[in-house]
Design a protein around this ligand. Structure first.
Ligand code: B12
Length: 143
């Protein structure tokens, strides 16, 4: 399905949640390079999205500066926070999950500036701040 992005979620997703278990969302903050850091500060977007996520969702936070991406971990949705300097890498990450059938939503500076570009690599793009969007994204994934 294609849609013109407006402010908000640009593309609706079909639900993928199985019956009788919590929905699993993996939130990824991609690294800028292949180095690992030992002292990276947690991205603020993790705290914001975690606070906005309903309690019954099993949320995994992955900061690739600190740890590898668990490509094989089951997920109903992968959410990636994308900045311009890690956009190309983010698209590669998205491709690997989508090849497994896991839907991917992108948000952050880069998809907000270039939603049509991001939509080539994601099932949905969040334009602007998460506060008014994340609940809808979680619900779209459930439905
Ligand atoms: C703090 C900060 C840092 C800190 C990060 C600390 C940390 N905890 O990780 C440090 C100093 C490490 C840093 C480093 C760099 N930074 Co910096 N940083 C910032 C700054 C000042 C604030 C970012 C922030 O935390 N914002 C608060 C959070 C909550 O906002 P947010 O991430 O945008 O998320 C909101 C929305 O975008 C959206 N959203 C974001 N992701 C997602 C995902 C989904 C799924 C959804 C639904 C929504 C969503 O919802 C969130 C809540 O509303 C911004 C400038 C600014 N004023 O925003 C620059 C900024 C992000 N940095 C920038 C850059 C370029 C860098 C560096 C590459 C600089 C360099 N040359 O080294 C490095 C990268 C280092 C690395 N290894 O990754 C640029 C990015 C530009 C771009 N187009 O991508 C910015 C915008 C500054 C600028 N104006 O140029 N940075």
């Amino acid at each position: 399905m294609e849609a013109e992005p407006t402010e908000g979620v640009a593309l609706a997703m079909g639900g993928t949640r199985g019956q009788g278990r919590p929905m699993r969302i993996t939130l990824i903050r991609p690294n800028m390079n292949s180095d690992r850091s030992t002292d990276a500060m947690e991205p603020l977007v993790f705290a914001i999205l975690a606070a906005l996520t309903p309690d019954d969702v099993d949320l995994t936070l992955i900061d690739e500066r600190l740890e590898p991406i668990p490509y094989d971990q089951p997920a109903d949705l992968v959410a990636i926070t994308v900045e311009t300097y890690n956009a190309r890498h983010s698209y590669q990450i998205a491709k690997r999950f989508r090849q497994r059938g896991v839907p991917v939503v992108m948000g952050g500076y880069h998809p907000t500036f270039l939603p049509q570009e991001a939509l080539q690599y994601a099932d949905a793009v969040a334009i602007g701040d998460a506060e008014n969007l994340w609940g809808q994204i979680v619900q779209d994934t459930r439905d």
